[in-house]
Design a protein around this ligand. Sequence first.
Ligand SMILES: Nc1ncnc2c1ncn2[C@@H]1O[C@H](COP(=O)(O)OP(=O)(O)O)[C@@H](O)[C@H]1O
Ligand SMILES: [Mg+2]
Length: 371
Amino acid sequence: MIKVSFSLVVVIVAILIWFIRVDEPISKHTDLEKCPFCYGRGYCKTMDSLRLRFESFGESVNNMFGVKNVLFTKDGVVLKKLGHDKEIDELDAVICTNHGLLRGCDLGSIQSTIDYRKAIRQLLKEFVANIKVCPNPDLFLEHVEYLMDDDADFYQKIWMFLMINPEPIILQLLDGTGKSAVPKYFGACGRLVAVEDAGKPLNDFKDSRWLDRLNLALQLLLAAKSLTEDHPYFRFYLTDVSPDNVAVDDNLNLKIIDLENLIIVNKDESGLKHHHSEVFNFDGFAYSEEEVCSSSISDHNYYAICKLLISKKAEWPMMNGGLLHSIPQEIATAHPELETMIQLCVEPVQNFTRFEVADDLIDLFQDILNQ
Ligand SMILES: Nc1ncnc2c1ncn2[C@@H]1O[C@H](COP(=O)(O)OP(=O)(O)O)[C@@H](O)[C@H]1O
Ligand SMILES: [Mg+2]
């Protein structure tokens, strides 16, 4: 009897918490009182009108308890705090200390006299931010200033993004570059940024129809190419490729969603083609940041995508068994070179560069899809 009534109390409390939280306005999550140490205010009005989504149990738990600090809405928008609670607390503590105040200080009342432009240059030069901008971050900073200079306190904001997560800067830099391989950035309110909801994680598609998976593999290679080639001034190399960091919408459009960890290299104006080719490593996924930085172009993105997501040798927590597992017999017969070419993208042999293999793979995937 006691057991039954205890369970009943738990259920009733859970239902109550559910109702209270479901009705919670998004403004409860914005921490606006921390401004101007926040990501902006321009999107507040729109954000207020968004409705949180509670479609699945996982999503509800996430939206209610903020495990990942990402909130899903019914309006095609995802709201991101850009860091886990511990990272955010740490950033707040750094801001307090930088102003000679104790941890837990009131951020909203700080009148800062810090030269944030200088602080940003320092962060980039010393590679303290999650992104590595090389060989020289000056051009990058110029572009970021141009992007964000209509924003009040914009140097302070850029500094905040570089300290916690540069994703909003990268999304704005990449906006309109080639066929967009990344979600759209909508704006910020307090400590939340709004980005396009790019759909479900790639892992949810691991058992989809083979031709659909081929379509996704094609988009992965095109995203790798676009990030390497399409921006007029920079090449973007992904250093945290995983199925969790790729999303796919209902129409099978694929986007790279987690742009926190990157190497950004200035495009070499000299026209000299100095390629850097990532070397296959049996013990896992290894690459040289220095070499990627010092080359005018690197095949790093193809290496990462082929090895971690497409190859049948990919292992959990990457795309276990590869996105193109279980090739249908008629496709394997018609295209006996398919598996070999995927492996060549992971581990090229002499005479073929990974760039050539990737281009050939793109053509082959397109041919099969068009048949
Ligand atoms: N733009 C987006 N569209 C859809 N889902 C997203 C988007 N951004 C993040 N997510 C979801 O939130 C998760 C965590 O976000 P992410 O940016 O990868 O942060 P982190 O890996 O640092 O926790 C992702 O794995 C994905 O499931
Ligand atoms: Mg992630």
